[in-house]
Design a protein around this ligand. Structure first.
Ligand SMILES: NC(=O)c1ccc[n+]([C@@H]2O[C@H](COP(=O)([O-])OP(=O)(O)OC[C@H]3O[C@@H](n4cnc5c(N)ncnc54)[C@H](OP(=O)(O)O)[C@@H]3O)[C@@H](O)[C@H]2O)c1
Length: 268
């Protein structure tokens, strides 16, 4: 079974449909794999048309194909979100195809390597963590926010991590970048709330994706369980379900929050 097929089956199992989302348009950065790909599928199952972003054209096409196979409508918009000119081009392409999106899910990012002592972090690794996570999120919001403000409605979701909430096993640069995303989210929520746009932040702990399944041996996963009161690691669908809730009118009076999707590992 391919990863995409697995995601469809999992979405069938646990992600609810939010009827008020039907007919909306979303752009999902980092939608080509893992959590982002599962969220694209869940959005499509609620009737949302999706512009899916990533860098790897093969992964991107697989994610688009999975959404279309599930009866949804998706386009691929390749861009490196750490490059402003590429995000600007992506925004123009999305708006040409669908019009301005109702929802912006800035999920692109990830960690770079194993934690090392702070004095040993290379300049390149530091800049890569910040660019790939915090700057990518800023560029995405900067480019798509005018469309939401013009409409006077819509929602933005940003992507932090348990590494932004507690000093965990994550690389310090990654934790710092994700903590920056938390504060960017709060600033934005305060700024654009009066104009009808909500901004919230998803903050997962360990979620089993293709990438993390490869990185974490079964023995390591078993050892990690002790830190999770709910007794399991997360799935991409756990994050997708929370994301749909935060986009839906079910959370109409929620903005500026950091939503820990963490099986109880993070309680702040
Ligand atoms: N999985 C977890 O346990 C976990 C926990 C906390 C937070 N998160 C966060 O959740 C998000 C998704 O994580 P994941 O585990 O699903 O990762 P993943 O499977 O590695 O997928 C990462 C996605 O982000 C895209 N991406 C990365 N950098 C990008 C860039 N500069 N421009 C455009 N796209 C970029 C990748 O696209 P390409 O591969 O096509 O380049 C891919 O679609 C990340 O922000 C990550 O930090 C994950």
């Amino acid at each position: 079974m391919s990863h995409a097929e697995h995601s469809i089956a999992a979405a069938d199992a646990v992600v609810p449909v939010f009827p008020d989302l039907r007919g909306k348009v979303a752009v999902v950065t980092g939608g080509s794999r893992g959590i982002g790909a599962a969220t694209c599928l869940a959005l499509a199952r609620s009737g949302v048309r999706v512009a899916i972003n990533g860098r790897d054209p093969h992964a991107l096409q697989a994610s688009v194909a999975a959404v279309n196979a599930a009866g949804g409508e998706a386009i691929a918009v390749a861009a490196d979100c750490s490059q402003l000119s590429q995000v600007q081009a992506m925004q123009a392409e999305v708006e040409r195809h669908f019009g301005a999106p109702d929802f912006v899910l800035a999920f692109a990012g990830g960690g770079t390597g194993r934690p090392v002592p702070v004095q040993d972090i290379s300049e390149q690794d530091w800049r890569s963590s910040i660019d790939n996570n915090l700057t990518s999120t800023f560029f995405t919001v900067k480019c798509f926010l005018p469309g939401l403000l013009a409409r006077g409605s819509g929602a933005i979701l940003t992507m932090a991590s348990a590494g932004a909430r507690v000093a965990s096993g994550a690389p310090a640069g990654y934790g710092a970048a994700k903590a920056g995303i938390v504060m960017l989210t709060r600033h934005l929520a305060q700024e654009v709330g009066p104009q009808g746009v909500r901004v919230n932040c998803i903050s997962p702990s360990a979620v089993l994706t293709e990438r993390t399944q490869t990185a974490l041996t079964p023995e390591r996963q078993a050892r990690m369980l002790a830190g999770f009161p709910l007794g399991r690691l997360g799935t991409p669908d756990d994050v997708a379900a929370a994301s749909l809730f935060l986009l839906s009118d079910a959370s109409a009076w929620v903005t500026g929050v950091v939503f820990d999707i963490a099986g109880g590992r993070v309680m702040v």
